[in-house]
Design a protein around this ligand. Structure first.
Ligand code: ASP
Ligand code: MG
Length: 421
């Protein structure tokens, strides 16, 4: 068995969906296909829940109506009349679920409300694609993944109960596969023991795909993307990028940790634990070789891998009386970051000061500065970026930092990180 994951971009339009048929045709069966919401649907659903929680249910319903219409138009484009009628009936169930979720949305339960609204995107997209594949003669059975993936109730960032989910995966999905069919299901969503819908964090479909492969002992996962494979830098920020042919799980975990938005960070662990390779392939041109992510890459000679995190703030805390920063101070300072749930992206301490680079989240920063200010003199540098280069060379480092003011620099054998302005 293998798992294919299709992101929102790969099904953004009916034409894109049609263009995926050869991929399904050539796939070695059985396949478990894990699919995201159409295009930018998740963002649109976020707007809906925001309006609903602000109390503007009217606006939420208008936006919902627009979204429903877009899904119907999409389905109509893809499906013949008979198939469309059946699909529209099936989709109606989730249009109703969306209306209820809007009625039910409350600001006091924002995260819960968010998940009840946002999960609809994946339910609709998978229905449309499932009906389309059936129409084209492919044997794919649609599964509501909420019957399979059981999670805790940390809404918007739910943790999967792997033991229970694995049992369900074998019962529900394993049974279909054993009958010689393929499965098509949703990424990104699951359900609690009380049957409330949850989401696993934005871009979580990669993680779902990895879990499916791990739970069902799949041979491989393939993530179909609009780029030629895993690149050494974000093509939106750098003109010249290099595609990496093979890369270790370890290297990808490092990239994700430093902030590369390549693959959902939770994806690698289930694959690594079960030694399942992950292929990144391009849906626009499936003849391209793509990237394989696997346990070990012999004699790997990686190009410099560049992660550019923007919207950073550098916060400096200095003792007010020129006393040294001791372990006691550090422990107090970490406590404050921990309490406020602020992730430190880079830090350094010196004789009388402590410096940390963090994401710019105004609400949290205000509190951070207030609380640090009780015992320290606090300074902040706005609008800085954090540049990380793995496998750096002096030339690349020079090239990327010239014309910039370097506020903080840290080097290890393989990695250099700088905060620049
Ligand atoms: N549709 C969700 C998102 O946009 C999940 C995913 O695409 O992986 O975040
Ligand atoms: Mg997506």
């Amino acid at each position: 068995m293998q798992v294919y994951k299709f992101g929102g971009a790969s099904i953004a339009t009916p034409d894109r969906a049609r263009a995926l048929l050869p991929i399904f045709k050539e796939a070695q069966q059985p396949v478990v296909a894990v699919i995201s919401a159409l295009g930018k649907t998740t963002n649109a659903l976020e707007d809906i829940v925001n309006a609903a929680c602000k109390g503007d249910k009217q606006k939420a319903k208008e936006l919902a109506h627009k979204l429903e219409q877009q899904h119907l138009d999409y389905a109509k484009d893809l499906l013949n009349e008979k198939q469309f009628t059946v699909a529209a009936n099936a989709m109606n169930v989730y249009f109703t679920e969306l209306q209820w979720a809007i009625d039910d949305a409350q600001p006091e339960r924002y995260d819960y409300s968010y998940d009840q609204v946002v999960c609809i995107g994946e339910l609709l997209s998978t229905l449309i694609i499932a009906f389309y594949l059936q129409q084209e003669g492919y044997d794919y059975e649609w599964v509501d993944v909420r019957d399979v993936l059981r999670t805790d109730d940390v809404f918007r960032d739910a943790r999967v109960d792997v033991e229970y989910s694995e049992k369900r995966a074998k019962e529900v999905i394993g049974k279909i596969l054993a009958a010689g069919k393929n499965v098509l299901t949703q990424g990104f969503i699951g359900a609690t023991a009380d049957n409330a819908s949850v989401t696993l964090g934005r871009e979580g479909s990669d993680y779902t795909a990895a879990l499916m492969a791990a739970m069902l002992h799949g041979n491989a996962v393939t993530i179909w993307k609009d780029v030629e494979g895993l690149l050494n830098a974000d093509p939106r920020l750098f003109k010249e990028t290099i595609k990496i042919d093979a890369v270790s799980y370890y290297e990808v975990i490092e990239m994700a940790y430093y902030g590369a938005q390549v693959i959902h960070p939770k994806t690698i662990k289930p694959l690594q634990n079960n030694n399942i390779p992950l292929y990144v392939k391009c849906f626009l041109d499936r003849s391209l070789s793509g990237t394989v992510i696997q346990n070990e890459v012999r004699d790997a000679a990686y190009p410099p891998i560049i992660v550019w995190k923007q919207d950073q703030v550098l916060v400096q805390a200095t003792t007010k009386d020129f006393s040294f920063i001791t372990e006691d101070n550090l422990s107090d300072i970490y406590d404050i970051f921990h309490e406020l749930n602020i992730k430190i992206n880079l830090m350094q301490n010196a004789a009388i000061s402590f410096v940390a680079c963090v994401d710019r989240r105004e609400d949290k920063l205000q509190k951070l500065i207030e609380q640090l200010g009780v015992n320290y003199k606090v300074l902040r540098n706005e609008d800085v970026s954090l540049l990380t280069i793995r496998h750096y060379t002096p030339e690349v480092f020079f090239d990327l930092t010239k014309n910039k003011v370097v506020l903080l620099e840290q080097k290890t054998r393989h990695t250099v990180q700088v905060v620049v302005m």
